[in-house]
Ligand binder design. Sequence first.
Ligand code: FAD
Length: 502
Amino acid sequence: MYDVVIVGAGPVGLFLAGELGLAGCSVLVLEREPEPGSSWRAHPLGMRGLSAASVEAFYRRGMLHPLRTASGVPDDPAADESAPPRSAGHFGGMVLDPAGIDLAALPFRLPSPASEGMLTSLEAVEEVLAERAVKLGVEIRRGITVDAVAQDEESVAVRVGEHEYAARWAVGCDGGRSVVRGLAGFEFVGTQPQLTGYVMLATVADLEKLSPGFTLTPTGMYVRMPTDGHLGVLDFDGGAFDRSKPPSRDHLQAVLRRVSGTDVTLTGVQLASSFTDRAMQTTTYRRGRILLAGDAAHIHSPLGGQGLNTGLGDAMNLGWKLAATALGHAPDGLLDTYTRERHPIGARVLDWSRAQVSVMRPDPYARALQEVIRDVLGTRDGTTYVFEKTSGASIRYDLGSEQPLIGRVSPEFRLDDGTRLGDLMDDGRGVVFDFGADRGLRDSAMGWESRIRYAAGAAKNDLGFGAVLVRPDGVVVWTGDRVPDREAFERAASRWFGTPAA
Ligand SMILES: Cc1cc2nc3c(=O)[nH]c(=O)nc-3n(C[C@H](O)[C@H](O)[C@H](O)COP(=O)(O)OP(=O)(O)OC[C@H]3O[C@@H](n4cnc5c(N)ncnc54)[C@H](O)[C@@H]3O)c2cc1C
């Protein structure tokens, strides 16, 4: 009997497995593919943009350096400063100018080694996460396709043919076509597609006919990526293309010609796949002892690159809560806060992708809207607004407090002795900063020593707070004044970390 069985060793399943392993749970991951990595997950087709929020999650678990190494991105000492990001993404194919972002307007920002997003590949992310998970005692079994799941009040049975794996909890991280979602009876609701998208690695006779980067056209959009022959096309066909088979060269060429308005010629196609902008989400992320995370819980078009980032956010949010529940020290209702916090974030991402599809539609209304959005993106406020949404900086969970830092991922507080929040979070405990000279929270914090790390000392910049309590996923749940209220701290610690040890 495992504490948790995870179905799917994609980035979300592996991140979650590491979080559970870190907390001391016994974890089994079952993965359909016999081997890690494939042409779909390696560069260039597996190329993915990680938001600053995701990069920060890797940093706070001590995985930033390995991730940069695996992604071929050099460590950047200058990234410690609050410099403007080097790229800032796009909205519906309209690219943001990073110089237009007003960094001072972003809430609660402190210098951090992880202040920027980065480009990586699914392969690099999975390699780093699998290595960490295995080091933490997680068992990963590959070449195993889960085909049945059943639960009772005590446990979950995950079945593969005749074989059965028993666990106290199961999490479906098995992607957009999740079998766990269907087998466990989750309701999956949303909107039907307006378009079919294609990504391909092709040999092109006359690549110069296509403009580099994103190009919006009267019939859709095409993207010419930096790697020669790595192309994307969006075709507003109402999602009519039959996606059960890979698109042929002739079909891809016809669509690319129509959308780009050129007579470009594909002489060969090495790899190609299709997707749609179907935007669906389960109505809850938990049914009894079975939970969902990542694409299994929400799907949408890849526009604006948010699926992986949202899934990693799910895993960071769920990991410590499920671990505390499985290990028996979670306060009542902790696990239910997973759906309560993450479902609205997923819903917002779905709407963000719908909004982008709306401005790209090949009709005069959408073209008129594009002009408005272009004007807005030409302003500092407009660029900053979109960047806040796509970088994760706008995420704030409603934890019932009006204090604007509560519910946000904590800024990178740094004590005078140089210790940073990121140095304190790699063992998966929460952290309480006590910035006052009299260390007023020390005795109270000792009661939660196994779950909360106590860090005392003056901060280089305490942003006006006397104390801050941070959950293991980096989210601030309580702040104190210059002379912090001990009882208020103890109430917050009990609410999130359970009763103190005797
Ligand atoms: C073209 C494209 C570009 C994208 N770009 C970005 C981007 O820049 N940024 C971003 O944030 N997101 C991006 N995304 C989205 C991102 O790739 C996904 O959201 C992310 O991979 C989801 O991770 P996951 O772990 O939830 O699912 P997956 O990556 O799909 O992993 C699921 C795993 O479960 C396994 N599995 C499935 N069924 C079973 C079963 N029955 N039994 C056992 N194992 C099973 C699969 O083999 C797989 O390994 C992009 C997507 C596409 C298509």
